[in-house]
Design a binder for this molecule. Structure first.
Ligand code: GLY
Length: 258
């Protein structure tokens, strides 16, 4: 099933080694390896039938390869977010040109101060968008976000986060009513209507898989998740994201898909 035609990615910059992390014990990313993994990621997206726009590395923003955060892209509009991490906030200005290639000016919306929102906190399920209230995304950001969605006939609702960085750190919709859930999300009543595929704690990182036109891209090295996704009937591609994991980043963080 073809749903996405485009993806936008941003090449990692050398300054990525100074990116934000909650897991310093994993060590600093190896930049050369991160570039190779990024190449493989782009190839995987292309294999899933999308045209990939590759934005240049931006040394001013160590975390800017996580291009999912400064924007949310929908079938009806694009929303430039207002990232809650101060070192990342300026990334919102750098994504606008790329969005303008795909969306007319009047369909590009903006989250404004004091609202904050990061795309990693947004999970799309059809025309409904779950927004995680997190350390990066606040109540006002979610209020503005839902108001924008409703203008376009879309809808949104808030999910409160207790532990993880972003909503999609722990829960990801892979279509066909199937949802990968880990940790705090296994018990959230708002997800009871989905077929929840529970991810064991030891492989929690791999809850962040992406569905791409029928194929699920799974991070390499997580056999239980790989098996569960295959068992659910999906063709899979694995991509090694070890260097991005060191910065709390996963597969979804590395692209905008629309
Ligand atoms: N290192 C990715 C982030 O914290 O946003």
């Amino acid at each position: 099933m073809k749903k996405f035609n485009h993806a936008i990615v941003r090449r990692p910059c050398k300054a990525m080694v100074e990116g934000i992390t909650s897991a310093p014990e994993l060590g600093k990313p190896d930049y050369e390896l991160a570039l190779k993994q990024h190449d493989a990621y782009i190839e995987a997206l292309k294999q899933c039938g999308v045209e990939v726009t590759v934005l240049p590395a931006d040394e001013r923003y160590p975390d800017s390869c996580f291009v999912e955060d400064p924007a949310v892209v929908t079938r009806a509009c694009a929303i430039v977010t207002n990232p809650g991490a101060s070192s990342r906030n300026g990334e919102k200005y750098e994504i606008i040109d790329a969005l303008q290639k795909f969306y007319p000016e009047e369909k590009i919306e903006y989250i404004q101060d004091p609202g904050t929102l990061e795309g990693g906190d947004v999970m799309m399920v059809g025309d409904h968008f779950y927004a995680g209230r997190s350390a990066r995304t606040n109540e006002e950001g979610i209020r503005q976000f839902i108001e924008i969605l409703e203008k376009y006939g879309l809808s949104g609702s808030e999910v409160t986060l207790e532990k993880v960085l972003h909503l999609k750190t722990g829960v990801n919709y892979i279509e066909d009513n199937n949802m990968l859930v880990s940790g705090e999300f296994t018990e959230k009543p708002e997800f009871d209507k989905y077929n929840k595929i529970e991810i064991p704690e030891a492989e929690a990182y791999a809850a962040n898989c992406i569905w791409m036109n029928g194929t699920v891209i799974v991070p390499e090295g997580f056999p239980a998740v790989l098996e569960a996704v295959k068992k659910a009937g999906y063709p899979v591609i694995t991509v090694d994201t070890s260097e991005y994991r060191k910065l709390d980043g996963g597969l979804s963080c590395l692209s905008l898909r629309f």
